[in-house]
Design a protein around this ligand. Structure first.
Ligand code: GLA
Length: 391
């Protein structure tokens, strides 16, 4: 097994890809993982709690410094090499996928990097994080580029700051109004632990998952229904939450608890009330999950995962039939808990399943999806892995 514990190791391939395009070997290789969110969905931009973990699917970046002020980015998944000078780097000039890596370079400038003084770089990027599956392929690119540039530009920024850099790139260069969870998971992850993050203070604690010891595995069920947080539903949900907080007279929904629900029901229209109820109850579920993981272990958290899905489906209304079917099929076939994960409107579900029940569940999922006329889901297990870094 390679040093980073990743059986899908593509580091040699990325070094070769760099050399093929730019004509000399890279100066170094950096990588960052995608993430699964165990629980705490749409709570991050409400300044609440999340519990994601970094997974063993990574984005790998090969980098070579240049002696001018030009940035060039190439990738196995794009035909063209994107090029821009550091002096011209503004969010409105960035487009397509290169907005992620180049947006990070711009965002580092917003966090103190002197873009007039640093050298240009060539970057080559490749990934084993599936795109559009709700596993944060975008945060993996941002975090890998952020740690790479932080090193070669000798910026000395800490990881919580690099997470904010990635978020800023995503918000301004890509145009998706997302929160801080994904980049935090990608930068702060540790093997066999989830990152319990307070999205207001940005303080985090590692919480041991202990899946293996409990005889469990985490199965990702990618529905292949793709989503895009730069358009539509995600921004609407965020706006509803902000409206709800304003009408309730608090800075963010984080400041409300279960005891505030009766007043929220009186003050808010029914739709906003349900959006707010999701966030309030989801924050509580994160706290309960952390407590149960620490006191009893992962076998105790199944019901919280199930309830989270119901809340996302009925109150927040961001599930789709394929995700509901994945969750129901998992629950009916031995999973101790299951829920959609990520921003919703497509993407993946996760199921916590006894190891010896994984293949049975995979067969059941294929059958159920075929029966409903849905295209076959892609299923694979993930393990909690280390965060972004060199190599
Ligand atoms: C996406 C966003 C995150 C978070 C989740 C929902 O993954 O990037 O910031 O809001 O959706 O929990």
């Amino acid at each position: 097994m390679p040093a980073n514990g990743n059986s899908l190791d593509i580091r040699d391939e990325v070094a070769q890809g760099f050399e093929d395009i730019f004509g000399s070997p890279p100066a170094g290789i950096w990588s960052a993982p995608g993430r699964v969110n165990l629980i705490g969905e749409h709570t991050d931009y409400n300044q609440g709690f999340v519990l994601p973990f970094a997974i063993n699917r990574r984005t790998v970046v090969a980098l070579g410094p240049r002696d001018d002020g030009i940035l060039r980015v190439a990738s196995a998944f794009a035909d063209e090499v994107a090029e821009i000078s550091l002096a011209d780097l503004t969010p409105d000039r960035l487009q397509d996928w290169s907005a992620y890596p180049l947006g990070v370079a711009w965002a580092l400038g917003q966090f103190g990097a002197d873009l007039a003084a640093v050298p240009g770089v060539d970057l080559y990027i490749e990934s084993t994080v599936p795109v559009g599956a709700g596993l944060s392929s975008s945060a993996a690119i941002e975090s890998a580029v952020a740690v790479a540039l932080n090193d070669v530009w000798r910026l000395g920024l800490d990881r919580p700051t690099l997470a904010r850099v990635g978020q800023l790139a995503e918000n301004k260069a890509v145009g998706a109004p997302t929160g801080i969870m994904d980049q935090s998971a990608s930068l702060l992850g540790t093997p066999d632990h989830a990152v319990f993050l307070d999205c207001r203070s940005l303080q985090s604690e590692l919480v041991e998952l202990g899946f293996t010891r409990a005889g469990l595995e985490l199965l990702v069920i990618d529905t292949d229904v793709s989503h895009d947080h730069a358009t539509g539903g995600y921004a609407e949900r965020r706006a509803s939450c902000e409206m709800g907080a304003m009408l309730m007279g608090v800075p963010a929904l984080r400041d409300l608890g279960i005891v505030d629900l009766p007043r929220a029901r009186e003050v808010l229209d029914h739709e906003t009330y349900r959006r707010v109820r999701h966030v309030i109850t989801e924050n509580q579920r994160v706290l309960d999950t952390v407590r149960l993981l620490r006191s009893e272990g992962p076998l105790a958290i199944g019901e919280l995962l199930d309830t989270s899905h119901v809340s996302l489906r009925d109150d927040f209304e961001i599930s789709v039939p394929e995700l509901d079917l994945a969750v129901e099929t998992a629950q009916a076939n031995g999973a101790i808990g299951a829920r959609m994960t990520g921003g919703g409107f497509g993407g993946a579900a996760i199921a916590l399943v006894p190891t010896d029940g994984i293949s049975r569940l995979q067969v059941a999922l294929d059958g159920a999806f075929a029966e409903h006329g849905f295209s076959q889901p892609t299923t694979f297990t993930v393990v909690a892995s280390g965060g972004a870094g060199r190599n």
